[in-house]
Design a binder for this molecule. Structure first.
Ligand code: ATP
Ligand code: TZE
Ligand code: MG
Length: 512
């Protein structure tokens, strides 16, 4: 048998078959159209039926020269001479499994925690061949699962640990809640921090097993997996000339859909108008689809005072599905545990063109730990630490990350939108290029409310006038324009009240 190919790993489930289909007929369609490895998982089937099914499945898999893995039942795997066995954390311990099946069979293990990687590193080569990494998202298949979905960020943490522990013999498949609408992003966002490892494949159940046309469903999945880059945003920039972004903002007048905190609503709408955009404030889920289909619309998602996480996630999915850009401002990221949970859920829900925050927020999102006093940053982190945190955020979410403060930092984490299976993108978090945007010290920025939130508004307008290959340039231009307007306002104002007014005036003048 050739070395196993993990690209499209089908797990069976006979409880979800559509009428007129059998497990074997679905399997046959899958294999014919590009499934590369199969796991037979029959949780509620008696041994006799399981063996009969396994024998049939093996015949089919052998025909396509595809490995057949048996879930849980070492005895059945041996009885039918399957290619391998897959066990979970609560099943027979791995060393015993390996002893039972011998050195040649494939042994797979379900992994959700970095400590489990430490364990498999300790065992060394020859024990486990691949791991199923998950649960990535909520799933219908494991309804009683108590596991909290790890998101692509969690998958990346596992990949990073595999690299740190030099587990180069281990292959990986992501599993849990994977469907045609999120696979491309999961592959794009799942990377070890050194950039040398992505997942080897994706594993799924329902999109093939429950499909009325399992062959067609498999072909669609293979097409998605074959793409070399992740294009998630069809931009307004007709050409790739990034010098024209500012003009494009005037020309296209993007509609900036704000889901933002109550403090920012009025100020944000005025800033949008000042730079030549149109604002709309809406938290009505029923109209998101219409809004994102308006030409040149963009979503600014600010979690400052928003209560219903379901609405935020719906907005993210809707804008992503229409390839419209989203700018995320995870306000007060870790100011309370409730905010932390909400922000993390939003972060794992989609692909963001830009993630912008103050220093405390970006430190928090990076995992380095951010100091917050409510929604304000309260740490005294060095520029080097801030750059490292911004690079981590950009890398983890494959986005353009902005960290504000006296010096603003913009990092490009999109790494040319490259989206390889098997190998990594080749660029580490610390390699990511960045720009610093400096000005004289303007403490008044911190004496008006929602100045950071309104920078989000300007970034959203500029991103919308770019495309997914020029987001970085668009964001740098937006942050530079905002800094300039603030510096000019600082020179003319009498205090914080007129600073706010002068800031809007100078945004209006500079955007022209
Ligand atoms: N001392 C400073 N000198 C110059 N510019 C500053 C200074 N402090 C903040 N800024 C600018 O102010 C804007 C907001 O940054 P800040 O880090 O205060 O955001 P924030 O805390 O998210 O704001 P808010 O929560 O009030 O919306 C950015 O454009 C940043 O460049
Ligand atoms: C003051 C405040 N509280 C929640 S959001 C917000 C706006 C500044 O981030
Ligand atoms: Mg803020």
């Amino acid at each position: 048998m050739k070395a196993a190919d993990y690209t499209l790993y089908l797990v069976t489930d006979s409880t979800m078959l559509p009428e007129g289909k059998t497990l074997i007929s679905q399997l046959a369609e899958g294999l014919k159209n590009g499934v590369t490895i199969v796991q037979l998982r029959e949780k509620d089937t008696d041994a006799k039926t399981f063996v009969a099914l396994a024998l049939e499945a093996k015949k089919l898999c052998d025909h396509y020269n595809v490995p057949l893995i048996i879930n849980d039942r070492v005895d059945i795997a041996l009885a039918i001479d399957a290619s391998g066995i897959h066990v979970g954390q609560d099943d027979i311990p791995i060393p015993m499994v390996r002893k039972l099946v011998g050195p040649e069979k494939i042994v797979g293990w379900s992994v959700g925690k970095v400590e489990e990687v430490d364990q498999l590193a300790e065992w060394g080569p020859g024990m486990i061949n691949y791991i199923g990494v998950g649960t990535v998202f909520d799933t219908q298949t494991k309804k009683d699962s108590k596991k909290i979905p790890m998101g692509p960020e969690g998958v990346s943490r596992i990949l990073t640990r595999l690299q740190e522990k030099k587990c180069d013999w281990i292959k990986t498949v992501a599993i849990g809640g994977l469907h045609p609408d999120n696979i491309s992003r999961v592959v794009y966002q799942s990377q070890s921090l050194d950039g040398k490892r992505s997942i080897d494949g994706i594993s799924l159940v329902s999109d093939i097993m429950a499909s009325d046309d399992a062959g067609q469903s498999t072909r669609i999945l293979r097409e998605i997996l074959a793409e070399k880059s992740h294009h998630f945003f069809e931009g307004g920039a007709a050409d790739k000339n990034t010098a024209n972004i500012k003009e494009n903002v005037q020309k296209l007048s993007p509609l900036i859909h704000h889901i933002t905190n109550r403090v920012h609503q009025n100020f944000g709408a005025n800033v949008a108008l000042a730079i030549g955009c149109s604002p709309i404030m809406s938290e009505v889920a029923a109209e998101f689809e219409d809004l994102c289909k308006i030409p040149h619309s963009v979503l600014l998602l600010n979690t400052g005072t928003v209560a219903d996480v379901g609405i935020l996630i719906h907005a993210v999915k809707t804008y992503n599905s229409q390839k419209r850009p989203i700018v995320l401002d995870p306000v007060g990221f870790s100011a309370s545990s409730a905010r932390l949970i909400l922000n993390k859920k939003v972060l794992s829900a989609g692909q963001f063109a830009c993630i912008k925050g103050n220093t405390g927020e970006i430190m928090g999102v990076s995992g380095l730990g951010g100091a917050m006093k409510g929604v304000d940053s309260s740490g005294d982190d060095s520029l080097e630490t801030r750059i490292e945190a911004t690079q981590l955020v950009a890398f983890k979410y494959r986005t353009v990350a902005v960290c504000t403060g006296e010096i603003d930092i913009v990092v490009d984490g999109t790494a040319s939108l490259k989206r390889p299976l098997q190998s990594g993108v080749g660029v580490s978090s610390a390699d990511l290029s960045y720009e610093l945007i400096k000005s004289e010290n303007v403490p008044l920025f911190g004496r008006i409310t929602a100045s950071g939130c309104s920078l989000g508004t300007v970034i959203a307008g500029f991103v919308c006038a770019a495309n997914d290959e020029s987001i970085f340039t668009a964001v740098v231009q937006a942050v530079t324009l905002y800094k300039l307007a603030g510096t000019r306002a600082n020179a003319t104002c009498k205090g914080s009240g007129s600073f706010l007014v002068d800031l809007i005036d100078n945004l209006y003048l500079a955007a022209e």
